[in-house]
Design a binder for this molecule. Structure first.
Ligand code: SAH
Ligand code: SF4
Ligand code: F3S
Length: 445
């Protein structure tokens, strides 16, 4: 590769989960600390970071076509950008990317991006650089201070996964479970609030597996962290995602009845309602043990919104087993969900299992599941009508004077009035749609 002038502008494109979004923000801050600025809207950037996801099909293909597009646009403009591939595809297929895509200068895994500045120096000299090491916790210590963001901030508290569900790439792309130390998390949360955050979303592939020692040296779980975060002045709301049923501690359930700032929302994936399928998935929980957890949450917080993830068409899933999934959906009555067709991932045990389900059958099951989930979401929204709650304003709406924000139950709410982004506005939920609600600000008395 030819040496190039060090980049002055960047663009980060993040795909996949919120943890990737968090990583994308931190990479941007890292570049910002070196004087590299975001490319203005509509203009080409000197450096493009593709922050990739590997969770489902064709993720890698998408990266190659994105690279192709960038090379083409660069040729047209007479100035090819430096291309860096980050994230989970970089981790899983780093060498392959370097071989197949000569235009890529940097391949950096999700645990190594704090070393991006050194890699950029190499790249500017015309050398290609790959770093997919997993130095546990080092990344967070090496990152610069948090920059100003919107009213909702992400905070990764836990990374990686030791669960090895048979369909999933995360244990391979993100490595073993690690928990960031308590002190650093409180400090980062305080910085985020100083920078304007009203709400913090705690993130982890298994966020409720987080554990550490609090400021008094006591061993605490996620609930302990939340109790301490709740004391930060100016922080109004705390959320966490994604939880795993097997890491659920009673203290976290109890926290929903004790901490006002903890929002009444739980994202707890079940994946399937069939115990045989759950076993083949290596989920290590049953449909029943999952339902018991939901019951406990509802005992503490009857209004809690429950969200989940589902996979249809896992190898060998019969029609009757799929119907078990529909049954658990009916029992739980979800507020919002994510559902996917099973996607065989290279290197995972399920990819080579017998009885892979035909694509048409998967599509049929997904459609049936999603229509059931959509009904439930609509019903949940309808049941909220008449409630008065605080909405955190995130952005302006389509019409002038319209604002968009989130209810405590993470529903999108639009309403009108004289407000600003970051305001917590008391709103009466007046009308429900399938995926959002219209709110009205009550007249002052
Ligand atoms: N740690 C979380 C989920 C992380 S991945 C948990 O265990 O619940 C996010 C979601 O992607 C999963 O919940 C699952 O529903 C989906 N997913 C993961 N691997 C998949 C695959 N191979 N095919 C289809 N969906 C998948
Ligand atoms: Fe993947 Fe299972 Fe780990 Fe979730 S718990 S990240 S689905 S292996
Ligand atoms: Fe995707 Fe990696 Fe997240 S595979 S879902 S970006 S952990």
């Amino acid at each position: 590769m030819k040496p190039v002038a060090p980049p002055q502008t960047y663009r980060v494109k993040s795909f996949g989960c919120q943890m990737n979004v968090y990583d994308g923000e931190r990479m941007a801050e890292l570049l910002g600390a070196r004087g590299i600025v975001p490319a203005p809207e509509g203009e080409d950037a000197d450096l493009v970071i593709l922050n990739t996801c590997h969770i489902r099909e064709k993720a890698a293909e998408k990266v190659y076509s994105d690279i192709g597009r960038l090379v083409f646009a660069g040729k047209q403009a007479g100035k090819p950008p430096l291309i860096a591939v980050a994230g989970c595809v970089a981790q899983a297929e780093g060498e392959e990317i370097m071989k197949r895509a000569p235009a890529v200068s940097i391949v950096v895994g999700p645990q190594a991006y704090h070393r991006l500045p050194e890699m950029l120096e190499k790249a500017a000299k015309g050398e290609r650089a790959t770093d997919t090491e997993m130095p546990a916790i080092a990344k967070f210590d090496a990152l610069p201070a948090r920059a100003k963001r919107g009213p909702t901030a992400f905070l990764t508290v836990q990374e990686g996964c030791d669960k090895f569900c048979t369909y999933c790439v995360v244990p391979y792309t993100r490595g073993a479970e690690i928990a960031r130390p308590f002190k650093g998390l409180i400090a980062e949360a305080e910085r985020l609030v100083e920078a304007g955050a009203k709400e913090i979303m705690l993130l982890g592939q298994n966020v409720n597996a987080w554990a550490g020692e609090d400021d008094k040296g006591r061993r605490v779980g996620l609930a302990g962290l939340i109790h301490t975060l709740a004391k930060i002045d100016g922080l109004e709301r705390i959320r966490y995602t994604t939880s795993h049923p097997n890491d659920m501690e009673d203290a976290l359930i109890a926290a929903h009845g004790e901490v006002d700032k903890l929002m009444p929302y739980l994202h707890l994936p079940v994946q399937s309602g069939s115990d045989r399928v759950l076993k083949a998935m290596n989920r290590q929980h049953t449909a029943d043990s999952y339902l018991k957890i939901i019951e406990k949450f509802r005992a503490v917080r009857p209004d809690i919104a429950i969200a989940g993830d589902f996979i249809v068409g896992f190898p060998g899933e019969t029609e009757a087993e799929f119907e078990d999934t529909l049954r658990i959906v009916d029992e739980v009555r979800y507020a919002a969900c994510f559902s996917f067709k099973y996607s065989p991932r290279p290197g995972t045990p399920a990819a080579t299992m017998e009885n892979q389900i035909a694509p048409e059958e998967m599509a049929n099951r997904l459609q049936r599941l999603q229509s059931r989930l959509a009904e439930q979401q609509y019903a949940f929204n309808q049941a909220s009508v008449g409630k008065t709650c605080k909405v955190l304003v995130e952005r302006t709406g389509r019409d002038p004077g319209q604002w968009l924000g989130k209810s405590p139950w993470l529903q999108s709410v639009h309403f009108e009035g004289d407000h600003a982004i970051g305001d917590l506005v008391e709103v009466t939920l007046a009308e429900a749609g399938p995926v959002s609600l219209r709110g009205v600000v009550p007249a002052p008395v």
